[in-house]
Ligand binder design. Structure first.
Ligand code: URA
Length: 210
């Protein structure tokens, strides 16, 4: 779509996302679908990871075999909904390091409030992929990226499932260097900061809370 935004419009992603949006979809199915979609989103967000080669011997001959280059990447889950994307991404990148940023949204001001922060060491040498299914106002995402940059991160990508135009604009303004990968860009936010048409509260839907 642009350098700043990649829309993953793969038919499998779109199909699974539509089932997730349906309010009749159970917690169990929602969680399973999120895990499946996160595999496909992880594939896209890591598409241009740098490679090096290593000399190996196959049963037939020697070869220069491609391997991922550089330090293990860091996945950072923005709690709590980010955890729903995390497990599926770890299926594909099991050696990744993992961090957590805890932010809750003040329901009146819609501003993020930090309650937890723990990230892998040497963040400055790693590709950091911050994950949160819903890019809504962009306030908590932008605040999470601020914290990651303060901790040294220089090469950051943001992975979400759904984005609102307002959230994309906010992120672009606050962090133009952070590219976003999403499965859909929805119409708008409602008065209380929910994405419309959206899928409701992602955390509640994946964990079965209300
Ligand atoms: N967070 C959610 O879980 N859903 C939204 O629509 C917006 C923010």
């Amino acid at each position: 779509m642009s350098d700043h935004l990649t829309l993953v419009d793969h038919p499998l992603v779109q199909h699974k996302l539509s089932i997730m949006r349906d309010k009749e979809t159970s917690t169990k199915s929602f969680r399973q679908l999120l895990r499946e979609i996160s595999h496909l989103l992880a594939y896209e967000v890591t598409r241009d990871l740098p490679l090096t080669t290593k000399r190996i011997e196959t049963p037939l001959t020697e070869m220069e075999a491609p391997r991922l280059d550089g330090k293990k990447l860091a996945l950072v889950s923005i709690l709590r909904a980010g955890n729903g994307l995390l497990d599926g991404i770890l299926d594909l990148i099991p050696a990744a390091r993992v961090g957590f940023v805890g932010l809750y949204r003040d329901e009146e001001t819609l501003q993020p409030v930090q309650y937890y922060f723990k990230v892998p060491e040497a963040l400055e040498d790693r590709l950091v992929i911050a994950v949160d299914p819903m890019l809504a106002t962009g306030n908590s995402s932008a605040a999470a990226i601020d914290l990651l940059k303060e901790a040294g991160a220089k090469n950051i990508r943001f992975l979400c499932l759904l984005a609102a135009p307002e959230g994309i604009a906010r992120m672009k303004e606050a962090h133009p260097d952070v590219s976003i990968v999403t499965a859909a860009v929805d119409e708008r936010l409602n008065k209380v900061g929910y994405i419309v048409p959206g899928l409701g509260d992602a955390g509640d839907r994946m964990f079965g809370t209300r």
